[in-house]
Design a protein around this ligand. Sequence first.
Ligand code: UT7
Length: 335
Amino acid sequence: MSEDRKVGILGLGSYLPELGSYLPEKILTNKDLEKMVDTTDDWIMERTGIKERRIARADEATSDMATEAAKRALADAKLKPEDLDLIIVATITPDMFFPATACLVQQKIGARQVPAFDISVACSGFIYGIAIANQFIKSGTYKHALVVAAEKLSAVTDWQDRSTCVLFGDGAGAAVLGPVEKGGILSVYLGADGRQGELIKMPAGGSRIPATHKSVDERLHFIKMNGTELFRHAVKIMADAALQATQPLGLKAEDLSLVIPHQANIRILNAVAKRMGLSTDKIYLNISKYGNMSAASSAVALVEAVKEGRIKKGDKILLDAFGGGLTWGAMVIEW
Ligand code: UT7
């Protein structure tokens, strides 16, 4: 098959928990959080732009949310599970260390025994996943790939730590990729900087600090984050990634119809828009409803932007994300 085959998104789907029971049995609002930690609705809104977030049920794991999103993306693409040649799940909250959540999704949607694996690049996962699938399809190795970004961050959130628990939420978004006649993925830019890995991590549970009573008592199985430092890196890295993905195509900020960013903090996104010379109305936002869902954030944002008619045929859009690792990625897609 031709080397310069064009690859695009054939279908999209998302899943967001409606009625959680892991914590309060509803969408978790800032007002609910006021009763749990020393915080206020005003502080959270002003410092992050988040109003509420979805919390998965106790019996609902990442693969369950991923499966729902995947089924919806397949239906949107008018394809069947057996049409898939590759399954990638981007997550930092897999159901368990192994088997991979992608293998669980393969079984749950009834796909064939095609390659299935997880990638762990935190908030950049949806873009990394699409980038990997793009290569396999472009080379002619596979025809149809499923990329799911799914997170149950509520399971690794320290609900006693006000500096992190107000930020995160659960959800899943999925895309089915395949060959397209026109447009599709025009550019991909990925990067990572392991030197900054300490800025956001979950210290225990792996081979460095296996689970013990002590590790649980010390609350090491939760997300630890240096928010201020991350903020600084996020603005610079996301603005630079946007440039690296657009410049080779000769595109300027004004040529983009919409930017779909990772939704970590509204102040980060306003600062990125300013650096890019882009008006803020070209940055798609849904952070107020869902908070930061790591890899799922940009996936769900893309699904909703399309649903709301914000992306039309022929539009050039930019996906732009940054997260733990540190990792980052940006890509231009012609719709
Ligand atoms: O997904 C990618 C990875 N994550 C990110 O990119 C997150 C990036 N960082 C951020 O979004 C922001 O740094 C935060 C929202 C996490 C924090 O905002 P900030 O403006 O950097 O606040 P800060 O951490 O400097 O804290 C300012 C004050 C502190 O009090 P003092 O020391 O000034 O008295 C905090 O203790 O706000 C306090 N604070 C809170 N107050 C009320 C921290 N969390 C809260 C809270 N409610 N939930």
